[in-house]
Design a binder for this molecule. Structure first.
Ligand code: ACO
Ligand code: LMR
Length: 615
């Protein structure tokens, strides 16, 4: 690559900062230009390493993240550009760091407000080392067909419309980034297009000036004419005048200095850019346009005929045979981002998930249509929330109260029962909260705590088939099936389980009716005649009472059957008891209990002297 060129088709850059959108625009440009390799070599993100996922055409690629300039350069020594998106506070420091390396040749400083003193120092180091700085306070620029800096040149459609995917014969430079897009448009409509284009940035002292770039263009034989846009304020345009006088610039230059309207306003008006303020008569756009015109620059009468002057200049060169013919390439399609395509109504897709209980996409998420602030304001409580999320209903108060009563009642039953025991053993084996409670939860099943569903099923079946209690018990016995919800290890008819009493009393007081409870109690009358422990246990009581509750809430048999089939009823025991498991876990951790080992004297060792031999 010649010295006067900043980029070619193989240029690769580091992006300083997490500017994934800007990097994606660079990759889209690359793809449009049919570059063989992506122009983004990596990100320098001191806050984290890893990678960012971006698109290369339709495919996703991962672009590495490095913690420092040093690390990035060590990993990708061929990258010679850094597009620095660091803020005005740290931009100078990271720019100097990159300038000091052997690898980085061009640095773009995007930030506005970088201290002038720092920029002057940076400009000096760059000059001494023969390196290039673009900015600060710039959007950057591009070299069509080769490389684009960050967000320069706007949307991919704009780049396509202005044919920035292939080089033309015009070298363009402006102060303003916004006007550079307009400049690319004007040049593309009136010539064979841009060869290179940059915005030097709107600061009082940009690190490289309009002239610096025009001098590069002058040296480049592929650039046949130059187009520039100056701005009110500063004296950069007089450097161009001087260079023309010294014959350092000989190629046709069409230039306009914007801000002529400043004359109509009271003196010293500051336009958008830090440098866009005329401090003396010479700084005005009018004076600068006049000086340029006098030096031989093609200066239009106003911005209105800027395009006309560009066209005339180009047409003259073309007529003189100085412009090479361009074989127009066909740029490929750059895929549109899915979100944009949806927003513009181009695509739709079937969803893979459906949720009918909770929507998180609004300003505040809702439980079955009730925003959570309303859930709190209207005191839904845990019972009401479960009503919304499990039943998809706004439950009456007695139903909410019953759910909360059940959850409180089953929350724990001491360390001896299967689930708590497992949780404790697991916690003592050094496992974490989730692992420990999961080991407790997996014990919930047909023998322990998980008989709620089965009880709802068995008793509903008996009642629906109008089986008398004894008939029901005999039928189950014949099938060799234990009636779920009957029997307890400790409690018996003489040692009743208070928890069952509390739930039954609540139902008797608040439920409009409780036929399944009555049926289950009549079954209990028979089973306890055989053995005192064959009571309607806590699981059984919950199971039958939830069926009665659902009936009171106008669920029909079919709907209840469907809920039984999906295991709905066990959920009340699981949610309550998980609180207890967690309590046991924290208890053990607080106590710093050691690894549990079961005592030998609690194990019957009934091992034969020798194994049976199989011949
Ligand atoms: N239905 C019919 N007969 C039963 C039932 C039952 N649910 N439970 C026990 N029996 C009978 C047994 O067949 C046995 O009869 P047998 O003496 O003629 O052989 C006798 O009662 C004693 O049985 P055990 O298994 O010794 O009773 P144990 O006290 O060990 O069992 C258990 C307690 C596991 C709860 C048992 O009653 C059972 O399986 N019940 C059904 C499941 C259930 O409801 N579990 C939830 C319990 S509550 C909770 O975990 C929170
Ligand atoms: C429980 O709630 O865990 C108990 O009913 C089980 C038991 O065996 O005591």
């Amino acid at each position: 690559m010649e010295n006067y060129e900043l980029f070619d088709k193989n240029t690769t850059a580091f992006i300083y900062g997490s500017q994934q959108k800007a990097a994606q625009r660079m990759l889209d440009f690359d793809y449009l230009c049919k570059r063989e390799i992506p122009s983004v070599a990596g990100f320098i993100t001191p806050t984290g390493s890893g990678y960012f996922k971006l698109f290369w055409g339709t495919k996703e690629i991962s672009i590495p993240r490095y913690l420092s300039v040093k690390e990035a350069i060590a990993a990708k020594p061929k990258a010679d550009v850094m597009v620095n998106f660091a803020s005005e506070r740290s931009c100078a420091e990271s720019t100097i760091e990159a300038l000091e390396t052997d690898n980085i040749r061009t640095i773009v400083m995007i930030a506005e407000g970088v201290p002038q003193r720092d920029v002057r120092e940076i400009a000096k180091i760059a000059k001494d080392k023969g390196k290039w700085i673009i900015g600060p306070a710039t959007v950057g620029g591009l070299k069509p067909g080769c490389f684009k800096i960050g967000n320069a040149a706007g949307t991919i459609q704009n780049i396509r419309d202005t044919k920035l995917y292939r080089p033309g014969s015009v070298g363009f430079v402006s102060v303003s980034g916004g006007l550079s897009n307009e400049g690319y448009n004007i040049v593309s409509r009136n010539t064979d297009g841009i060869y290179e284009g940059y915005a030097v940035g709107g600061d009082v002292y940009p690190a490289t000036t309009l002239l610096d770039h025009l001098l590069r263009y002058e040296q480049n034989p592929k650039i046949k004419m130059m187009v520039a846009l100056g701005e009110v304020g500063g004296k950069a345009e007089y450097q161009i005048v001087q260079a023309i006088k010294e014959k350092k610039i000989t190629k046709p230059l069409v230039m306009w200095v914007t801000g002529t309207c400043a004359d109509m306003l009271p003196g010293g008006v500051q336009f958008g850019h830090a440098g866009a303020k005329a401090d003396s008569k010479d700084d005005t756009a009018k004076a600068k346009n006049a000086a340029l015109r006098a030096a031989g620059v093609i200066v239009p009468d106003s911005f209105e005929d800027y395009d006309q002057k560009i066209k005339e200049t180009y047409d003259k060169l073309k007529a003189a045979g100085k412009i090479d013919e361009i074989v127009e390439p066909t740029p490929p399609n750059v895929p549109m981002d899915y979100a944009q395509a949806v927003a513009e109504g181009f695509v739709r897709k079937p969803t893979n998930f459906i949720s009918t209980i909770c929507d998180e996409t609004g300003e505040i998420h809702n439980y079955c249509g009730v925003p959570i602030d309303q859930v709190i304001k209207e005191n839904y409580g845990i019972g009401g929330v479960l009503g919304l999320l499990w039943f998809k209903k706004k439950l009456p108060q007695y139903a909410r109260d019953f759910i909360e009563l059940v959850i409180q009642i089953v929350a724990d039953h001491g360390p001896a029962v299967s689930g708590a025991h497992n949780t404790i053993v697991t916690a003592r084996a050094g496992k974490n909260l989730i692992e420990s409670i999961v080991s407790g939860i997996v014990t919930i099943g047909p023998r322990f705590g998980g008989a709620v569903n089965g009880a709802a099923n068995h008793f509903s079946w008996g009642l629906q088939n109008k089986l008398a209690p004894r008939e029901f018990i005999d039928t189950m016995k014949k099938k060799n099936v234990r009636i779920q919800g009957i029997g307890h290890r400790i409690h018996s008819i003489d040692n009743p389980d208070e928890r069952c009493e509390i739930m039954m009393n609540f139902a008797k007081e608040h439920f409009p009716k409780h036929p399944l409870l009555d049926y289950a109690l009549s079954v209990q009358d028979v089973t306890t005649m055989k053995k005192g422990t064959l009571i309607l246990n806590v699981d059984g009581t919950i199971g039958v009472l939830f069926v009665d509750l659902l009936k009171s809430l106008h669920y029909n048999d079919e709907e209840i059957k469907e809920m039984i089939d999906m295991g709905f009823f066990n959920a009340f025991f699981i949610i309550g008891r998980t609180m207890g498991f967690m309590g046991h876990y924290f208890d053990q951790k607080r106590l710093k209990t050691p690894l549990y080992r079961h005592p030998w004297d609690d194990i019957l060792y009934d091992v034969p002297d020798k194994p049976e031999e199989v011949k």
